[in-house]
Design a protein around this ligand. Sequence first.
Ligand code: SF4
Length: 449
Amino acid sequence: MRPNPMATQLPSPPKVGMVSLGCPKNLVDSERILTKLRSDGYQMSPDYAGADVVLVNTCGFLDSAKEESLEAIGEAIAENGRVIVTGCMGKEAETIRDRFPGVLAVTGAHQYEDVVGAVHEAAPMPPHAFLNLVPDAGLKLTPRHYSYLKISEGCNHRCAFCIIPQLRGDVVSRRPDAILREAEKLVEAGTSELLVISQDTSAYGVDIKHKPRMWHGSEVRAHMTDLARELGKIAPWVRLHYVYPYPHVDQVIPLMAEGLVLPYLDIPFQHASRAVLKAMRRPANEAKVLERIKGWRETCPDIAVRSTFVVGFPGETEDDFNYLMDWLEEAQLDRVGAFRFEPVEGATANALPDPVPEEIKEERYARLMALTARISAEKLAAKIGRTLDVIIDAVDPESGGATGRSKADAPEIDGEVHLRDAGHLSVGSIAAVTIEDADEHDLYGVPVD
Ligand code: SF4
């Protein structure tokens, strides 16, 4: 067809490339920035070459993450040359500018307007920009069938190894009705699983005194349990991440038993030894925690508890570490991630005496990983023969295989369920699967006819 000479010729909009580093929280920020840019009429570029400007959303949590961020900035400069830096490393604008004097702008975490403004300046929109191009649910970097839902920003704790509060400030919660509206849109757009994230999910609403808002004719408090209950009515699967072990966490367990929220709790305990927890400035009530985990399992036998631990924290003795190992043996957690302590610039832990030598850190890390892998293998083996609900992440019609996750598996951080004879399933659907085999991290099964 020949172009209509009378039609208004719209100029092509500028293209923006994006590199998103770090945690799921940062990914949500990237999605928000892209959503705003798309609504302003920008197009996205899948590669550096086609982009008019490249955004690098950085992570500054650990020194190794900072180095990775700096490498990503260097790569974007080398490949494209027109680079805007945002995210946690925005606090270190000088370091970035010293190393890469050519960066166009540096903005900090959650300064959406600043970063969007910098893009407008670096690659101005021609007149007649397309508007309202964004689907209601925004632009997503995660697959359509699961979505991260950020409920608050910042943290009121001051854990000695962490600089998040310095980077992101104290807790600032979103309104419950705004979160629920976003959840509804995501589900309408095809999301089956909502992953609730924040720096501290259980602190949700403390800053706004849990103020209730009207939602579909009733009041909903800005509180983790109220929000979890309402989200459970909206999405088939709701998964809670980054829960700090406050007493009121116990109140969401009945919601899990009822099936409103997934029986899954991601609760970073970090250690079990009283002395180490104290030095970390974390609550030191590990015996009570064991009791509580027992209570959670009584209320909701299928609950999967995921946690992370830091080994080799300054002052951690062999006795402290052995205490942690015994505690883990007793706690029988379903999923465990571990970090070797790493000093982070600006963290108060750096000033603590008695650093643990690297080789001892490595040795303790290896011992902890071996123990938790054994516990995981035993727990997964106990699922052989059971029928579990599995959300389908990928299907290979040629081989007939598919990959998914059970209710105990969050995307990217936990295990998977590998399926045979499953080529007919669709991505995002939830299938009943008979478990046939297991290893240390994954399950293997076949869909029930
Ligand atoms: S609770 Fe988490 S985000 Fe907050 S200070 Fe501690 S480690 Fe950092």
